[in-house]
Design a protein around this ligand. Structure first.
Ligand code: C5P
Ligand code: ZN
Length: 458
């Protein structure tokens, strides 16, 4: 473990010693919810009362709200480092601690635990929940049992991709396995392996996105039936866990023959103590956040009440299916999908909810439907603004194309703001600057020679 990071975590954790009550302001996504769960459990052990508020960003509205909180200490988790100026405003009347992995906006005197401050990549190597776990472990080593939440948060932030967990996350995984906090097995990484009927599980598999199967139940039933695999035994739906090795192989081959990247589905399956696979649990928390029910997500972490989870997951699935369908129907329509040299832009206007454009952009960036080096999703949001979500590739980053800096530059020229990581970033601009944004994007990306000589796009 990085010595500097441990020292910083130790120093920041000392700040809790005198605190009588805390208000934790956390990001509304899976990583933010997992961070909140860590804070809840750890501070309960210290008998420090804690309240939670989940936010999408720290804008003027949030600054005003936070100023009214009665707790003397505000702990920001998985959010804050990107909005230092606004936090400095809050710090005039409140004590603040930041526990975040986003790129810090600027230098500050605020108390901050962030991997970037000690040269660790917060985009890939550790999540907001991971850094919050380290902080809480410094308060009491008993909190080591909260490790799975660090991995749930990292999974939600897509830090567990085809290369698996990296950096500190990898260490967390090894520790969690060694301590028996997680179980592992090899197999097809299918959403809902042990719980959902096979076609439904396939339907919910978005990574990789399987056109014709993802969110298409009749397509999934047809696919499995064509392979001659029985869907039910004694009238009861089978799950992926019920399949024997030959049947799993048949499915892999079936996917490959149909041109799907089935190899991406093979890997180590991580199973939580509550019987849920980590990817499934993370998706559920993500769904809670995107449906503006992050508090329900926190409740899920604390109680494992899966009845609510199943209801939410259905609502979320239906929404994603509708939005993906809209994009697919409009692939050839330049009003909706602007295809530039090697950047594609989804101009969803009010056809995709602003909370969901990030998820849709992530899914499509990995799909064959809209495969490209850089994919930008845009959708109308509150106060006549446009929510922007950018997803980029490692190849682009190798050529110094950092989506966070690019979006920050362009959004700021369009009267807005952006932030995030090297491969995934988000922003907001006024609606009137939609065309200006696209034109500027086109101009800026030309600076980067991402096109290969043979014409193959990165
Ligand atoms: O909103 P979206 O999912 O596209 O964001 C991608 C990443 O960028 C997330 O990790 C989000 O927390 C971060 N982000 C940020 N500042 C913003 C918008 C997004 O740090 N203003
Ligand atoms: Zn995060």
């Amino acid at each position: 473990m990085n010595k500097e990071l441990i020292e910083l975590a130790q120093k920041v954790s000392n700040e809790f010693k005198t605190s009588k009550s805390v208000h934790c302001v956390s990001h509304y996504d899976c990583d933010g919810i997992a961070s909140a769960a860590i804070v809840y459990k750890a501070l309960k052990r210290e008998n420090i009362p804690v309240k939670f508020t989940f936010v999408k960003e720290i804008g003027d509205k949030e600054v005003e709200l936070i100023k009214t909180f009665e707790e003397p200490l505000i702990l920001f988790t998985d959010i804050g480092s990107g909005q230092i100026s606004n936090l400095e405003e809050i710090a005039k009347t409140k004590k603040i601690i930041i526990s975040d992995h986003h790129q810090p906006e600027k230098e500050t005197k605020l108390i901050q635990l962030n991997p970037h401050l000690v040269g660790i990549d917060g985009g890939k190597d550790i999540s907001g929940a991971g850094i919050t776990y380290l902080l809480m472990k410094m308060i009491d080593s008993k909190n080591i049992d909260l490790l799975p939440f660090a991995l749930i948060g990292a999974t939600g932030d897509i830090q567990n991709d085809e290369n698996g967990f990296l950096g500190l996350n990898r260490g967390f995984l090894e520790d969690a396995k060694r301590l028996g906090l997680l179980k592992t097995k090899k197999g097809l990484k299918i959403y809902g392996r042990g719980r959902k009927p096979i076609p439904q599980a396939l339907t919910y598999t978005t990574e990789p996105y399987l056109p014709g199967i993802t969110y298409n139940e009749s397509g999934a039933v047809q696919f499995i039936s064509e392979l001659g695999i029985p869907l039910k035994v004694n009238g009861k739906w089978r799950t992926f866990q019920d399949l024997d090795l030959d049947e799993e192989k048949k499915i892999i081959n079936g996917l490959l023959i149909r041109g799907y990247p089935a190899e991406e589905l093979l890997g180590e399956i991580l199973i939580l103590d509550n019987g849920w696979e980590i990817s499934e649990f993370s998706s559920m928390l993500n769904a809670c956040g995107r449906l503006e029910k992050a508090d329900v997500g926190l409740e899920l972490c604390l109680t494992n009440n899966m009845e609510i989870a199943n209801k939410l997951s259905k609502e979320y699935g239906r929404k994603i299916a509708r939005y993906l369908n809209y994009v697919e129907q409009n692939i050839q329509n330049p009003e909706v999908i602007r295809q530039m040299d090697w950047v594609k832009v989804i101009i969803a206007k009010n056809k995709v909810h602003a909370n969901m454009i990030g998820t849709i952009t992530s899914i499509l960036h990995r799909s064959n439907t809209l495969k490209c080096s850089v994919l930008i999703g845009t959708a109308y949001a509150e106060n006549d603004s446009i929510k922007i979500s950018g997803r980029s590739s490692q190849e682009a980053l190798n050529k110094n194309f950092c989506i966070n800096s690019i979006l920050s530059e362009i959004c700021s020229d369009c009267g807005g703001k952006a932030g995030g990581h090297k491969l995934a970033a988000g922003g907001r601009i006024p609606q009137e600057n939609e065309e200006k944004f696209i034109n500027l994007l086109n101009e800026v990306v030309k600076r980067f020679n991402l096109e290969e000589k043979n014409g193959k796009k990165n």
